[in-house]
Structure formats: structure tokens, C-alpha cells
Design a protein around this ligand. Structure first.
Ligand code: FES
Length: 101
């Protein structure tokens, strides 16, 4: 689990954090936050460098799209989901934690 001050986010910004040895990317889209493992499930690419639209992120390397809420792949070449994390807002801190915590 990590906490990030909400003040670190501008509108539609992207922040990466480490959680238990995994790099996690947090996207702010309007007033919503989404946290996913930063590594594409297809190969070695960082989703933090991808384009975000319609609650999806497009991998910058081969273009697979992932649902920001579920981590499920929506287009090829990715066929496996990326892990998503719970995001809680508490007292101007964003708490990012494992879904099973
Ligand atoms: S590395 Fe992301 S689609 Fe290939």
C-alpha cells in the first residue's frame, strides 16, 4: 500500500509508484483515479506512456488497449489482463493498495 498526496496530480495527469516491487501507474481522469500495473501484459512497455481515452489506455508499443477499471485487454495483441489496484481517497491522500489487501 502507498499513499500519494492528491496535490501531486494535475488534471488528467499520470503518476507512477512502487508497490511491493511492482511499478504501478495511477491515471487521473477528470475526478476519477485508476491504478494499474505499469507493465503491458504483452511485452516490455510502460502503460504510463500510453494514450488515454474513453476510460482506456493504449499501449505505446503495439497498440493494445486496456480497460482502466478492470485491466482487461480490449484489443490484440494483448490477451491477458494487467493487474488493477484499489484506489481510495482519504483526507487529501490517495491510497493505492492491492485488491486483495
Ligand atoms: S507491449 Fe503492449 S501491446 Fe505489445
Amino acid at each position: 500500500m502507498v499513499s500519494i498526496p492528491v496535490s501531486q496530480f494535475d488534471d488528467n495527469s499520470v503518476v507512477t509508484v512502487q508497490i511491493e516491487g511492482q511499478e504501478v501507474v495511477v491515471f487521473k481522469i477528470e475526478e476519477d483515479y485508476f491504478a494499474l500495473n505499469n507493465r503491458c501484459s504483452h511485452a516490455e512497455a510502460s502503460l504510463s506512456e500510453g494514450e488515454v481515452y474513453d476510460c482506456k489506455v493504449e499501449c505505446p508499443l503495439h497498440g493494445a488497449e486496456f480497460d482502466l477499471k478492470t485491466g482487461e485487454p480490449l484489443t490484440l495483441p494483448a490477451t491477458k489482463p494487467v493487474k488493477v489496484y484499489d484506489v481510495l481517497l482519504q483526507n487529501d491522500q490517495l491510497i493505492i493498495q492491492d485488491k486483495h489487501a
